[in-house]
Design a protein around this ligand. Sequence first.
Ligand code: AMP
Length: 353
Amino acid sequence: MSLAPGATIGILGGGQLGRMLSVAASRLGYRSHVYEPGDAPAADVAHAHTRAGYEDMAALRAFAGSVDVVTFEFENVPANALDLIGALAPIRPGVEALAVSQDRLTEKTFLEGLGLGVAPFRDIPDLAALRAALDALGTPAILKTRRLGYDGKGQVRIDGPAAARDAFAEMAGADAILEGFVAFEREVSVIAARGPSGEVVCFDPGENVHAGGILRTTTVPAILSASLRTDAALLAGRILNALDYVGVMGVELFVTGNGLVVNEIAPRVHNSGHWTQLGCAVDQFEQHIRAVAGLPLGDGARHADVVMENLIGDDMDRLPDHLAAPGRQVHLYGKAETRAGRKMGHVNRLVGR
Ligand code: AMP
């Protein structure tokens, strides 16, 4: 069953991803209803905005009752909110994908169970476990909180056993895992989509450059052999099928001498997929809306070489140059205040222009 024009898509989370999902929904004739406790860049372009917390059961009930399907732009939606919503409206992608990706230990265990390469990892309930894990995995290694980490937050690199105590203290009591260090050649990601009847479409892998844990640029095409390109699409398909997934997913990968290692999965549209707005007939946002609305998935073939650059904090000073240059597509998120480390927008640039 596909949603008819005029139907309403509920979006949990009102940041830039929700904003671009709302625009895509409206282009396909749908309305969007954004649920976001705080300021919501998405609310400017949505049909409705519920400004309420995830513990506000009455607001969640009213929201779920007023939409035809619910999706989300971030993976840390509290479980009790999902339970309540799920009883009233379909949630796409499903709750299982959220549960898997909310916890790094569950996520790594799931990926390993599919036979995919992941960094060696250990559960770290206490300092003794950390010492034992450092012994087993060696250094450098990375200690990460199991939950609520993003953009490099909640993680600390450990360069030798002597640093164990301080690193453990930095977790501030949060559950953690230790990951062995992957000596990768480059980081790539594949943005994949799956429809309700199981069809899968992958966008071309992009190469990602991070600074300070935050994505700076994505370049397509990535430098990647044909066989690794195929591997990336096949492994993304395996993940989506195993979760009976509906929607777009971002799969972050390390390219190593021994093939691809999955770093993490994001059960949503992904910053490293923004290049599709300039490089494909159907971008990741439209693809996600098509999937959750039950429409046929679009053509994800790449028709141009593109560099996506995030505009973070002071990068906004270069906005006039971006606007004046040919072959550039500027996306701004409508955030009033520019702050260091804050994603304010992005620029998609045609390579060679
Ligand atoms: P994450 O939040 O897990 O995506 O980590 C942020 C960034 O830290 C990644 O994009 C990598 O550049 C780096 N990183 C994370 N985990 C590892 C690892 N196990 N080995 C090497 N680099 C890593």
